[in-house]
Design a protein around this ligand. Structure first.
Ligand code: F6P
Length: 324
């Protein structure tokens, strides 16, 4: 098998805390293995436009603790087209980049599958997204930090909710997945979570209200996943259907994506970054690095992006038992 001497690394899609720790790990372990490393700026856009600089061990100094991504990121429409991907491949040839490490979520890794298929480019993916929605890994880089950020915010909202005897609908990110909503609800002791995976969620609101939220409590927190109208939708419903309640909405928004990564995310990103280079050295191609039962695993990228990661029903049960 042909060995790889020069790699490119990019971050794409929504940034997530821990991406810098991953860039640092990939860069340093690639250099340790004798490879040359190019940093590609603004994700796939930068690969198309040739926004590329060589990275040294020093380029990634003092970055492990920083949120965001030092390589910047973008959502690229051009890369969704065959012409865009052809241009990206031309850039790779021009810089002598033989293989890519792509750090990102579902959309970014789907782009990698296309490029690999059309141009036979070896790619290793790292799951970088706060949504935790990639199949084949127990956790994605950034998820733990975002979860902790949400819990910190909800603890604060709880103070004012209790003081005013209010119901708060707190909207969290997650795109089509409810991992952030369900687990932050458990961790913050919320009364309910409304998530896209639970198809009975409309009734869930009614049953939550009807089972008498105020019997023993004077305030309630409901965490709502951003999909399907989010928190506003449910607050409006309560205002119309249960006007006796005092309702407020808090949409946490992009603050969930920022901040210094937790130790868990830094360690996860560091392990995955080193594993990416080991995977190339072992001859692996077109796999995403995942973690299962605390062990590094390789998952074909095409599977990781296609299969919907189910939410464990036990989590739904835990919340409903503990919120009585
Ligand atoms: O995928 C990460 C994520 O933060 C989602 O949770 C959210 O739906 C989306 O990105 C927001 O994207 P943007 O920052 O482009 O508005």
């Amino acid at each position: 098998m042909r060995s790889i001497n020069t790699i490119g690394i990019l971050t794409s899609g929504g940034d997530s805390p821990g991406m810098n720790a991953a860039i640092r790990a990939v860069t340093r372990s690639a250099i340790y293995s004798g490879m040359k490393v190019f940093g590609i700026y603004r994700g796939w856009e930068g690969l198309i436009n040739g926004e590329i600089k060589e990275l040294t061990t020093e380029s990634v100094s003092n970055t492990i603790q920083r949120g965001g991504t030092i390589l910047k990121t973008a959502r690229s429409d051009a890369f969704r087209t065959v012409e865009g991907r052809n241009q990206a491949y031309e850039t790779m040839q021009r810089f002598g980049i033989e293989a890519l490490v792509v750090i990102g979520g579902n959309g970014s890794l789907s782009g990698a599958v296309e490029l690999a298929r059309e141009h036979d480019v070896p790619v290793i993916g790292l799951p970088g997204t706060i949504d935790n929605d990639l199949y084949g890994t127990d956790s994605t880089i950034g998820y733990d930090t975002a979860l902790n950020t949400i819990v910190e915010c909800v603890d604060k909202i709880r103070d004012t909710a209790t003081s005013h005897d209010r119901i708060f609908f707190v909207e969290v990110m997650g795109r089509d997945a409810g991992f952030l909503a369900q687990n932050s609800a458990i961790a913050a002791g919320a009364e309910a979570a409304i998530i896209p995976e639970d198809e009975t969620h409309i009734d869930q609101l009614a049953s939550f209200i009807e089972r008498g939220i105020r019997k023993s409590k004077n305030s309630s927190i409901v965490i709502v996943s951003e999909k399907d109208g989010g928190a506003m939708h449910y607050a409006e419903r309560v205002r119309k259907e249960y006007p006796q309640y005092n309702v407020r909405v808090s949409i946490l928004g992009h603050l969930q994506r920022g901040g210094t990564p937790t130790a868990y995310d830094r360690i996860l990103a560091s392990r995955m970054g080193v594993a990416a280079i080991e995977a190339f050295n072992e001859g692996q191609r077109n796999v995403m690095i995942g973690v299962k039962d605390d062990k590094i695993v390789y998952v074909p990228i095409a599977r990781a992006v296609k299969i919907n990661r189910p939410i464990d029903k036990e989590l739904i049960n835990v919340l409903s038992i503990l919120s009585i």
